[in-house]
Design a protein. Sequence first.
Length: 228
Amino acid sequence: MRILLVEDDMMLAEAVMRALTQSAHSVDCARDGAEADRALATEKYDLVLLDVGLPQIDGFEVLRRLRARRSTVPVLMLTVNDALEDLVTGLDLGADDYLTKPFRLSELEARVRALIRRAHSSAGSSDLVHGRLRLDMAGRRLYLDDQPMDLSLRELAVIELLLLREGKVVTKQQIVDHLYGWEDVSSSNVVEVFIHRLRKKLESSGVTITTVRGMGYLIEKPSGSGGD
């Protein structure tokens, strides 16, 4: 999952980013409301963690603009104020959940898992199934014939993106964006390494990652599945 964290407290932001990255999420961090608004207008995210008290533009206004663009990305509001009127304001503007500071990272991670599960359940299932593979989106595990596979966090993130865009070409740059946040420096050559490792681990599954020369990679839809 690609997550945007909007938080101006850098100590808190670094702790949250570290925890979410260890759970195989790619996390970008915006330090004020204006930066967050620009990112949300141009980038695609699976989840937004949005602080209310931000410089330049507050979290409520960021959320209002986001929903005005008809974005349905799940939003978890972070606030130091548990006043009922603030919570109602956030929910009325389209927030999906809220968490009052200070909070435990374990609670934040549980809320993140719940929102991911809810988002995918509303689309029909909390799992992605492709042949003998099943990706548990909330639990962050890939299964082959219901047996958990041994994947690194980065490998899991790559197969997740390919399965989410099943039947469509995913470019190297899209994979890099999914793997790394803004402040990470990585070459697209590392994508070839992860693809090679995944192909080896998926050899017995019947699932093939195809190279589309000059474009990127894709996993074909299973025969008999419907098109777009």
